[in-house]
Design a protein around this ligand. Structure first.
Ligand code: UDX
Ligand code: ADP
Length: 479
């Protein structure tokens, strides 16, 4: 019999759990959706009456939360209570790359997933379907299943319990998460038990056509997630490698991308050369593939995928190096504005952002950075750079005393004033507002010779040149 799901618990109220469960609650008003997290601060932000305080910025999210919170969507730290109530439990916790021990630097650290599985094993009642949502290495379902099964045989059989484990990887992309959840290209469900698979399919069928819901075995589902991200990241490393060649040869990477993208076998998406891919998934997933390949005795496969990450690291350093080179070989004591710190536009997420590496390199060179981002909290930047932000005593225009801030950074929420006496502006995230700047005004403010470094092809190249500024644009040597 196909179980009817009335109560869902999602463990982990992060970038995946929060938006995913909000859309579930919105589209399934008859299901009670409870999102739990051990992080009290995060939960209190989800519960804040001011929707501008949500812990995650995602277009369209506020509207859904205001419709569903208190109706059938609830955020709580009471993990035990909501596991007990649930017919279906999603595991949506963090799985960062291991820092030490076997597989350090490559394998995912599954300690949070394991802790979750133990909590579920302890508190769940009756029959429960457990769904892995976090990005996980292949065969994690097996680990979860083993932990869950061990309790079924435990001596104190207070409650009868039984479990099925499904893999239902998330393909949402930050910044467009709500649209990706509402109109996905496909939903993938991997598992063994047909009834459990149907129970989850039936939830999705509330808003997704049946032909977009794919069923596979559990290992294919887990591997498909890693492979999808690896293929996407590989495209970005491919186009970024070509950008360097374009700069050397006089070709323009935008023209090359357009030319190859019209080949229907290649397609036009994910061909924008930038400062290198970031985000919580790409690097982690590829390193997982590398680890798995090595583990299964396939070193050639491992080194093929490792190349994608190596190219990305090289590309990020290439950008900071060329900034230093263009500024006469030193940026020590020079004022550089960094526009954009998030790993891409429309998110406040900075995980693996290219801006982190590039800013660290520039600070190491003694630059004085003024960092702007419309959504990232300066406290997050402090954590990422490992350096506290400096505070200006007085006006931004009082640059004489800036020299004592070599190797330090300031946060600024004003674009134009920040450019005062700056030697260079560096665009690292493609925020829309950067495409509409008054370049004549900016040019009047900057110290000459002044440079604009555009790693996202976001500023108007013509306007920058017309305003008398030097320009470096990714994959283009014509300026
Ligand atoms: C990715 C996958 O797209 C998603 O399916 C998966 O579930 C999670 O990982 P996300 O990390 O949110 O999503 O962002 P994505 O839009 O894929 O971008 C990743 C990185 O690649 C960003 O730094 C982005 O700026 C960069 N990128 C993307 C490019 O440099 N050029 C492109 O053409 C596309
Ligand atoms: P993702 O991008 O995959 O959503 P995040 O780091 O944004 O990752 O979110 C994962 C969340 O999972 C964090 O808020 C973390 O506190 C939470 N978490 C981790 N382990 C547990 C656990 N055992 N019980 C409840 N919440 C957990």
């Amino acid at each position: 019999m196909i179980p009817s799901i009335k109560n869902i618990c999602c463990i982990g109220a992060g970038y995946v759990g929060g938006p995913t469960m909000s859309v579930f609650a919105d589209r399934c008003p008859n299901i009670e959706v409870n999102v739990v997290d051990v992080n009290k601060e995060r939960i209190s932000l989800w519960n804040s009456s001011n929707l501008n305080d949500l812990p995650i910025y995602e277009p369209g999210l506020k509207e859904i939360i205001s419709r569903c919170k208190g109706r059938n969507l609830n955020f709580s730290t009471d993990v035990k209570k909501y596991i007990q109530l649930a017919d279906m439990i999603f595991i949506s916790v963090n799985t960062p790359t291991k820092k030490k021990g076997i597989g350090a630097g490559q394998a995912s650290d599954l300690k949070w997933v394991e802790a979750c599985a133990r909590q579920v094993a302890e508190f769940a009642k009756g029959y429960t379907i457990v769904v892995e949502k976090s990005t996980l290495p292949v065969k994690t379902a097996e680990v979860i299943k083993k932990i869950l099964d061990s309790t079924q045989t435990s001596p104190d059989k207070k409650f009868d319990k039984s479990f099925d484990v499904l893999s239902n990887p998330e393909f949402l992309s930050e910044g467009s998460a709500i649209n990706d959840l509402e109109n996905p290209d496909r939903v993938l469900i991997g598992g063994e038990n047909e009834n459990a698979i149907s129970a989850l399919s039936n939830i999705y069928k509330n808003w997704i056509p049946a032909n977009k819901i794919l069923h596979t075995n559990i290992w294919s589902s887990e591997l498909a997630k890693l492979t999808a991200n690896a293929f996407l990241a590989q495209r970005i490393s491919s186009i970024n490698s070509i950008s360097a060649l374009c700069e050397a040869t006089g070709a323009d990477v935008r023209e090359v991308a357009r030319a190859i993208g019209t080949d229907s076998r290649i397609g036009s998406k994910f061909l924008d050369s930038g400062p290198g891919f970031g985000g919580s998934c790409f690097k982690k997933d590829i390193l997982n593939l590398v680890y798995l390949s090595k583990y299964f005795g396939l070193p050639e496969v491992a080194s093929f995928w490792e190349g994608v990450v190596k190219l990305n690291n090289w590309h990020q350093h290439r950008i900071s190096e060329l900034i230093v080179k263009k500024l006469f070989g030193t940026t020590s004591g020079k004022k550089i504005c960094i526009f954009g710190f998030a790993f891409k536009a429309n998110t406040n997420d900075t995980r693996e952002s290219a801006a982190i590496k590039i800013c660290k390199d520039l600070l190491e060179e003694g630059s004085i950075l003024f960092i702007h981002d419309p959504k990232v909290d300066p406290k997050q930047i402090e954590k990422d750079l490992g350096i506290k932000q400096s505070v200006l005593n007085g006006e931004i225009s009082n640059v004489e005393h800036l020299s004592k801030y070599e190797g330090n950074w300031f946060f600024t929420n004003k674009i134009i004033p920040a450019t005062y006496e700056a030697d260079a502006l560096c665009f690292l995230t493609e925020w829309e507002e950067y495409s509409e700047l008054d370049w004549n005004l900016i040019s009047q403010k900057m110290r000459k010779p002044a440079w604009v470094f555009d790693s996202r092809s976001i500023v108007s190249a013509k306007e920058v040149k017309k305003a008398g500024l030097n320009l470096w644009r990714i994959g283009d040597s014509s300026y």
